[in-house]
Design a protein. Sequence first.
Length: 150
Amino acid sequence: MEILSSRILIRPTDPGRSRRFYRDILGLAIYREFGPPDDPGLVFFLGQSLLEVSGRAERPTRTATPGGAAAARGTGEPAAGGGGAQVRLWLQVRDLAAEHRRLAAAGVPIVRAPQREPWGLDEMWIEDPDAIPIVVVEIPPEHPLRRDQR
């Protein structure tokens, strides 16, 4: 199979709210807009991929709980596996501390504040309006992912 292009598609319960979150709060650039002008589908640039927010779901991908599913479990960890989200976004940023301050100031609930993971990446966890987990990542300068392994 030769893949020429790909994108992640989500169907939010409130498309307007999700468009505002991804466009205005996260600040993703728009690649394409389609459909009716009063309720358009949007495709956002997502680094080397694309994120399409279009259509409408009757209910969220997973059941959200007050304070987020992570708070309900008391772990801070986004749901994984059975009963959890089938989709999780992983977004690499240049400055995690700056994004943490910006998103908190914008009122985005922080599921888990930035911290260094055992595998050496700095991660912060948030959720979109339909409780889709978003992992915001900074790769520290000393991490092997930053070095050419050839």
